[in-house]
Design a protein around this ligand. Sequence first.
Ligand code: FNR
Length: 188
Amino acid sequence: MTRLLGISGSLRAGSINTALLRAAQQGAGPDVQLEIATLHGIPVYDGDVETSSGIPAAVTALKDKVAASDGVLIATPEYNGGIPGVAKNAIDWLSRPSADAKRIFQGRPFALMGATPGGLATLGSQNAWLLILKKLRTQVWGGGWLTLSHASTLMDASGEYTDEATRKQLADFVNGFAAFAARVHSSN
Ligand code: FNR
């Protein structure tokens, strides 16, 4: 069994990015388990809070989920051509304390996907993510881009992806990433 953790970079209940993770979960093969995590409850990073109180419980819980996974699949919105603050804030907390960042990130398979109601396919956001994931020494899966423009045209009224080509694309993506993560895991 390959265990993936999906993290949505949006807190919205109706998020078109969290919906990507749900569709990926449905398309995952029988030997792939995709758990979906949210960033609810993660406070704004404040170095004084870290010094006085340590790592918040919600951050520790997410760190434990990442550490237990064979790979992390990030579903990212794009805000102003880059990464939403809520997602970058979470990554910053996950990298603390710095002595523990290696355990969480180094060598761990990561993959990116994203959806937008607009036409620019989250490419700005995904490109910005690549620099951060490289800085953290993750292994970013280069098996393809999953970048959805005009996402609302691919969904039903309840906010689920119903477009067949999109669902197949998501299934191929998550299973391709899982195969990569399994290869990395078995070589360690
Ligand atoms: C956006 N949105 C947006 N979309 C895009 O394709 N490129 C962009 O640069 C931006 N910038 C942006 C900034 C801010 C502050 C907001 C609130 C929104 C639109 C965005 O893609 C849209 O709101 C998505 O629905 C957000 O993703 P979730 O929350 O549905 O997953």
